[in-house]
Design a protein around this ligand. Sequence first.
Ligand SMILES: Cc1cc2nc3c(=O)[nH]c(=O)nc-3n(C[C@H](O)[C@H](O)[C@H](O)COP(=O)(O)OP(=O)(O)OC[C@H]3O[C@@H](n4cnc5c(N)ncnc54)[C@H](O)[C@@H]3O)c2cc1C
Length: 327
Amino acid sequence: MIQDLINELKKSDIEYSEDEPLAQKSTFKIGGKARLFVAPKDTKSFITTLRKTVDSNTKFFILGGGSNVVFPDGTYDGAIISTQNLNKITTEIEPLDANTIYVTCQAGTPISSFINYCIKNSLTGAEQFAGLPGSVGGATFMNARCFEKSISDILHKTEHFTISKKYDDNEANPQIVETPFNAADWDYKKSPFQHEKDDRSTERKLILSSTFKLIKAPDKDKEKIESECKKYISARIDKGHFKFPSAGSVFKNNRDFGEPSGAIIDKAGLCGTKIGNAQIAPFHGNFIVNIGNATADDIKQLVKFTQNRVKKLYGFCLEPEIIFIEN
Ligand SMILES: Cc1cc2nc3c(=O)[nH]c(=O)nc-3n(C[C@H](O)[C@H](O)[C@H](O)COP(=O)(O)OP(=O)(O)OC[C@H]3O[C@@H](n4cnc5c(N)ncnc54)[C@H](O)[C@@H]3O)c2cc1C
């Protein structure tokens, strides 16, 4: 199993580390170690790593920026495969309309780099995502939504790789699929890349890049775009987003509940509730914060506690947005 994968990675000259500490790789700053950690240096080695991982029947998790995940407390007995080195940005101009610009970001591109690129090149359309932690791949997978705008609202196409046991073992012809944006595949916090909770599933679509459709503004508007971005970052700072380690909103919002999840939790009097070193933020009902060496178990218990109290009081079942990675 994992030893077979290690042998294969060695043969392919792909760097890896064993027993890698995980806490600093997530914004929650929680977690034990990964038996194996791989950050492939380019798309080709990313695909090779995934193929060999599936072939060796090793469980795996694809890590973007780690801003929506809770790593387990003990040792993750599999491979954490990071996209951190897949971070190139390229631009293409729409031939029929020079004002429309397509910006392609490799999956591991930090959202902050994408935003800086937009500012530098006077591109407008993505300002709402300024200050969103994490990577382009993670934001695409989650269909992140910021200030009433979803990633799907600016998406033009994606490129993914389907990992499957049945692949045709031809390195020169990997199964990379380009998919034009199709609104029917996307919804609030839903993307076609999400899958059932099964790390060993052999049919998984892994995002290689996302292309966004943006508008080229005149160069004189660069400062305006930058100040819009700063406005959104300030709004996050004012809401206390960066006061403590967290993974952002814990629960999805549900229109049928009439109010955002944070307001429901606040109304239930749960803000400030602590389990171990995890706390429902006193300043934001939908944030659980790590107030000092919290464990994954603290977070899990606090999530369950909140769900139970809200269910009992209002009959709603809050759906978690954060992803627990199981040992
Ligand atoms: C302070 C704070 C504020 C936040 N505010 C918001 C907000 O306003 N709106 C919002 O929507 N979210 C918010 N979040 C949550 C989080 O930032 C987003 O969900 C983000 O888009 C996750 O990206 P990531 O790269 O960190 O993903 P990760 O946490 O690394 O991964 C998330 C999921 O995406 C999968 N994934 C990542 N890359 C790929 C890939 N290349 N192919 C296939 N699957 C992949 C992972 O396997 C995992 O299942 C916030 C988080 C924090 C800490």
